[in-house]
Design a protein around this ligand. Structure first.
Ligand SMILES: [Zn+2]
Ligand SMILES: [Zn+2]
Length: 342
């Protein structure tokens, strides 16, 4: 089968004759439709993260497919079902899984990271982690359920109640999904990003206000837009140097900051100032149990519109040139490129 395989740092190859996998007990064989390339894939390719030293790995953790064959004992799903791949496979028995915090599982495995992913003609994954797609969610939209599930978890961590004022820093794919999950939860959302194109999409998908920090200082504008106090909640999805710190500074006293984006650069928080304001800063990583199903539901009922985030469709045999290499360009002007044979 065709596959896009990461062999090591800066060594990504298209293999037209990769071994086709066989589903084990409880697993299904999927004919992959599309997988989207995200910044994490680019980081792994460029900098060699995670488990790529454990052997060549098919990338693609934001993936969707059609059930092609069933492994032993699979009764919950039928051949021909269109699915989105819930990419985190947890052990269900460790301390964290038993506490209901499976996103912290000690033995977690991931489609496209520790295990082969969706950038291939076929993939295998546990049947119960293949989420059937409602008719109105297309194969193109389905991979975007993954970043949407990250947004769902961030909003869970933000402890949202109806009527709160919120802001998001960063209007990339996760930021724009977070914006819409917040709106669905009944908050106002101020979207902050230096890219005008991203702010235009933010407006299109429901931002209450948009702010370009290169033109307007959010430290001044945010209180003006929120009755003088600052937003109740800020969700940081940019992961740029200094943005986590900005979130902690701009949230109102007693407010809550959720950090979703990550930066390898250290950022110094003045704990004295955070202490005076009784601010809460929490981290949100990947998604929780149920987050993926909720993401598919939100897309199905139109509460989250991922269509503006799909920038291009590329077949597998062009995925490296027209997908990965394009993502390296400084003016790439893309959100998600979908790679697959449809
Ligand atoms: Zn991703
Ligand atoms: Zn576990």
């Amino acid at each position: 089968m065709q596959a896009i395989v990461l062999h090591g740092k800066q060594d990504l190859r298209f293999n037209p004759n990769h071994r086709t996998p066989k589903p084990g007990t409880g697993e299904v064989l999927l004919r992959m439709t599309y997988s989207s390339i995200c910044q994490t894939d680019i980081e792994m390719w460029q900098h060699g993260m995670f488990n790529i030293n454990s052997g060549p790995r098919i990338l693609g953790h934001e993936a969707a497919g059609i059930v092609e064959a069933l492994g032993e004992g699979v009764k919950s799903i039928q051949v021909g079902t269109r699915v989105a791949v819930e990419n985190v496979r947890t052990c269900r028995v460790c301390f964290f899984c038993r506490k209901g915090t499976s996103q912290l599982c000690d033995n977690g495995r991931n489609f496209g990271f520790t295990d082969d992913g969706g950038l291939a003609e076929y993939g295998v994954w546990p049947a119960d982690l293949c989420i059937p797609l409602p008719d109105n969610v297309t194969n193109e939209e389905a991979p975007l359920a993954e970043p949407t599930s990250v947004a769902v978890h961030a909003v869970e961590n933000a402890n949202i109640t109806t009527g709160l004022s919120t802001a998001i820093i960063g209007c990339g794919v996760v930021g724009l999904a977070t914006l819409q999950v917040l709106k669905a939860a009944g908050t106002t959302v101020i979207a902050i990003d230096p890219r005008e194109q991203s702010l235009a999409i933010a407006k299109e998908v429901g931002a209450t206000e948009i702010l370009n920090p290169t033109k307007t200082d959010p430290a001044q504008a945010l209180p003006e837009l929120t009755n003088g106090h600052g937003p109740d909640v800020i969700i940081e999805t940019a992961g740029a140097p200094g943005t986590a710190l900005n979130a902690a500074q701009w949230v109102r006293k007693g407010g809550r900051v959720v950090i979703v984006g990550f930066s390898h650069q250290d950022q110094t928080l003045n704990f004295g100032r955070a202490h005076q304001g009784e601010k809460t800063v929490i981290a949100s990583s990947a998604t929780s149990t149920g987050g993926y199903k909720k993401a598919v539901e939100l897309i199905a009922r139109g509460a989250v519109n991922v269509k503006p985030l799909i920038s291009d469709l590329v077949p597998l045999n062009r995925g490296i040139q027209d997908g990965f290499e394009r993502m390296l360009r400084p003016n790439k002007n893309v959100y998600r490129i979908l790679v697959g044979n449809g």
